[in-house]
Ligand binder design. Structure first.
Ligand code: F6P
Length: 558
């Protein structure tokens, strides 16, 4: 871990209250002491470290003992969170208050996975009805009662959506489909025509069901792909009427879906009090329901609800999402870390990092406080990752010998859902081995001695040893769970959702809007007109005009 000390006053803007300021200074002092203390030494200094810094909730064990913190650091960070009004803000979130203050909306993803009596009154019935509709449709499709235009059951399920209307169901279907799916699931999101073409080439029109998932039903990518799918289907089946049997929609604008030609009975609702990136639990999860069945889908909801209860009631120093949020804050503010890696040792979670990228970066990639004041501290971190062991053969080199500080999360199951797999032991071993290498490393004397035992000449040892040194002392968390069931997946996702919320409280930002993505969307439409020659390119800068001209020349759109 690269030692970088923090000027105690640098982040003073976060701390107007004298008490906060004192806390900040105490934390900065701890950071300065910890820079010179290897994490391994902390295990000796704190004999009950593994007890203090391991948390349990539901099926999850979350081990943060391999971090540059002590129990006292954690306690100071918890105090800081409390001082920011965390308790009241958390209650407001669960109660359905308008925590999305810019858009004046609630953010009630937690209600979607709560039992009826635990939901706020105003949405309890709507959620129940929507769940019942989604469950009925999923059953009909899975049992072959619902048929296509020519009377055949569905075999190919194609979700058309993007962002929150794609990443959650796509990630979760990949994670759980093997448990119980008779379908070929496909997810189309990109405006790149190759995406939809490639998927359609793998489907048979008579047996293909499309789900158009779009909260707004205005998203350009989704509507373009839905149009292409409708053209393909109707051309193959010889009638526009086929849309009635082959298209479902999920949207908070049912009238727009009806305008597309989808029967109102085939449109499931969405609400403005659920954010796109928090919507897996709603009807946006319909493709997942179809893929894995209602029972497993409900188990995923129940798993997430278990974490909601833990998040609501566990003491802060034993509260998994709270600790996740605090660690990110600690490394970002006090150690100048800029990114966070997530490495599931679980191939079926290969899309989890991509899902987290939207969840974390669209939520907390903000530059003003809830009141609109520019922040003068670091907010949302870059999130990235991939599925181990592939990542070991790709970018772990940077973790082990790079110069930047990259805190990371490992996720691993004690058992595989594939019972035939002795390979799982090696998967688990690799996770622990990476953790060990990151923590312990290998110093100059050790690598030199190792080369000596291999019989290398002293001159070779001198030449090579510095390249082989691995500093170790790289902080990381480990999530361990029994095996990747639907419930465990729900638990994991909910932990990361609440982590985002915790950090938004620490940074005093609204995690539930995403105005930053709008400008690029509107420029995109203007550029598209200019590329088609339908609008002049004069308004763009010289560099953009050059590329517009090149495109026009290549595509004959002068
Ligand atoms: O462009 C960002 C975004 O608005 C996301 O927040 C959202 O998940 C995605 O687009 C898709 O939006 P919709 O579900 O309305 O098509």
């Amino acid at each position: 871990m690269r030692p970088e000390s923090e000027n105690i006053d640098t982040c003073a803007a976060l701390n107007t209250a004298p008490q906060s300021r004192a806390l900040w200074q105490a934390l900065a002092k701890q950071q300065q002491a910890l820079v010179d203390t290897p994490i391994l030494a902390l295990f000796e200094q704190e004999p009950d470290r593994t007890k203090q810094l391991i948390c349990e909730a539901g099926d999850l064990t979350f081990d943060v003992s391999r971090h540059a913190i002590t129990s006292s650091t954690l306690s100071l960070l918890c105090q800081m969170l409390e001082e920011r009004g965390f308790g009241a803000q958390r209650s407001a979130l669960f109660a359905g208050e308008k925590v999305n203050n810019t858009e004046q909306r609630a953010a009630l993803h937690t209600a979607l996975r709560a039992p009826y009596r635990a939901r706020p009154d105003f949405c309890a019935k709507e959620i129940e009805e929507c769940n019942a509709q989604a469950a009925r449709i999923a059953d009909q499709i899975r049992s072959g009662v619902r048929l296509g235009y020519t009377g055949k059951p569905f075999r190919f399920i194609v979700n058309i959506g993007i962002g929150g209307s794609d990443l959650g169901p796509h990630m979760a279907a990949r994670a759980l489909q093997a448990l119980n799916s008779p379908f070929e699931m496909h997810f189309v999101s990109n405006i790149d025509p190759c995406d939809i073409r490639q998927v359609l080439s793998q489907c048979l029109p008579e047996e293909t069901l499309f789900i158009v998932s779009s909260k707004t039903f205005t998203t350009f990518e989704t509507l373009s792909n839905a149009n292409a799918a409708r053209d393909w289907l109707c051309a193959a089946l010889g009638s526009m009427d086929a849309v009635q049997q082959h298209f479902l929609a999920v949207s908070s604008h049912g009238e727009r879906a009806a305008g597309f030609g989808i029967s109102p009975t085939n449109v499931l609702p969405m609400w403005d009090w659920v954010g796109g990136r928090y919507s897996l639990w709603s009807a946006i999860g319909l493709p997942l329901r179809i893929a894995i069945g209602n029972e497993l889908f409900d188990q995923m909801l129940a798993g997430a609800h278990q974490i909601d209860q833990h998040f609501s009631s566990a003491p802060l120093a034993k509260n998994i999402p709270v600790i996740m949020g605090l660690l990110g804050f600690w490394y970002g503010e006090f150690w100048q870390a800029q990114c966070h890696a997530v490495i599931p040792y679980e191939q079926r979670l290969e899309f989890f990092p991509a899902y987290l990228q939207q969840l974390e970066m669209e939520s907390n990639g903000k530059r003003v406080t809830r009141n609109g004041q520019p922040v003068d501290y670091r907010t949302g971190m870059i999130v990235w990752g991939g599925a181990g062991t592939n990542t070991q053969h790709s970018f772990h080199q940077l973790f082990h010998q790079g110069t930047g500080l990259i805190p990371l999360d490992f996720l691993v199951g004690l058992q595989s859902v594939d019972p035939s797999a002795d390979q799982h032991r090696y998967l688990f071993a690799n996770c622990l081995a990476q953790s060990q290498a990151l923590l312990v490393g290998a110093n100059l004397a050790e690598v030199s001695e190792q080369m000596r035992t291999q019989g290398l000449a002293e001159s070779e040892i001198t030449r090579l040893a510095p390249h082989r040194v691995i500093p170790g002392n790289r902080p990381h968390s480990i999530f361990v769970y029994p095996k990747l069931t639907a419930s465990v997946l729900g638990q994991l996702i909910a932990c990361y959702e609440h982590k985002v919320f915790v950090q938004s409280v620490l940074w005093d930002i609204n995690p539930f809007d995403q105005y930053g993505v709008e400008l690029g969307k509107s420029i995109g439409l203007q550029v598209a007109d200019a590329l088609a020659g339908a609008a002049p390119a004069d308004g763009f800068d010289a560099a953009t005009r050059l590329l517009i001209a090149k495109f026009r020349a290549a595509n004959g759109s002068h």
